[in-house]
Ligand binder design. Structure first.
Ligand code: MN
Length: 259
């Protein structure tokens, strides 16, 4: 059955040897059906900046698979994260892939959905803001164009290692900030708010002056093994397991899913 919204975020893929990378390829070919909308809510890649050949080569199969989804009439909405941005030129020849640098407002069967990675919500996350400043703001499009890919890869990889990609423990204050932000958006009329970035799996229902809305966050798929599905007639987003498709990326040591 097609026509669903399928959403992932925070996979932080590091390359073709990553079991999650293989899993995502299988997921795209087997689970995403004709007519589905595939929404990526940032940090699909652990590092992908601009159209540098070092990244294009590293993630070649995933890029090709995303482009191929157009053949089965799947629209792809790619909301950039803080580890993957300036991607617009990568998909220039794939009109079914649309890139959003901040957020996506989407209407699905009369319901309003806000998708955003969420990295701008916590203005007091100094460590992260430094990462963002260093990578996203300082590395402007102009610098990106002239700097060698290998240099960006080296700097970016070490910054990425120092940020959430390799230290995925969620911060309670961030979790609260994200919930507050989602509630605020629901009070403005959104029916669903989909965020990533916090690496904290969340599924909350808010009711503000008789208007109900759901906030969802898939957390950190390496740990929580979830993706999201919203069908046309379902009242809420459902958390589905990667298990059917993906055996290798769950190990016995990271099975805690109580949060
Ligand atoms: Mn992030």
């Amino acid at each position: 059955m097609g026509g669903r919204i399928i959403s992932v975020s925070d996979l932080h893929l590091w390359g073709p040897q990553d079991p999650l990378y293989r899993a995502l390829l299988r997921f795209m070919s087997e689970q995403i059906k004709s007519g589905d909308k595939f929404v990526i809510v940032g940090d699909l890649f652990d590092l992908f900046v601009g159209n540098k050949s070092v990244f294009v080569q590293r993630y070649f199969e995933v890029l090709e698979a995303l482009k191929k989804l157009g053949e089965k009439d799947v629209e792809v909405f790619y909301i950039e994260g803080n580890h993957d941005f300036h991607l617009e030129s990568i998909f220039e020849n794939a009109p079914h892939v649309r890139i959003y640098s901040d957020y996506l407002h989407y209407e699905f069967n009369g319901r309003k959905i806000l998708f955003s990675h969420g990295d701008k919500i916590n203005a007091k996350d100094y460590g992260y803001q430094l990462f963002r400043f260093g990578l996203r703001n300082l590395v402007s499009q102009t610098i990106l164009e002239v700097a060698p890919g290998s240099l960006i890869d080296r700097i970016g990889s070490s910054m990425s290692r120092a940020s959430r990609g390799y230290h995925p423990e969620p911060d309670e204050k961030v979790v609260q900030l994200f919930r507050n932000y989602a509630c605020e958006q629901i009070s403005k009329g959104y029916d669903f708010v989909v965020l990533g970035h916090s690496h904290y799996m969340d599924d909350m229902h808010f009711c503000v002056e008789d208007h109900k809305g759901q906030y969802v966050n898939v957390g950190y798929p390496r740990k929580h093994c979830k993706y999201l599905e919203l069908t046309a007639d379902a009242p809420t987003f459902k958390f589905l397991n990667w298990d059917d498709v993906v055996i290798p990326f769950r190990s016995s040591s990271n099975r805690t899913v109580s949060d």
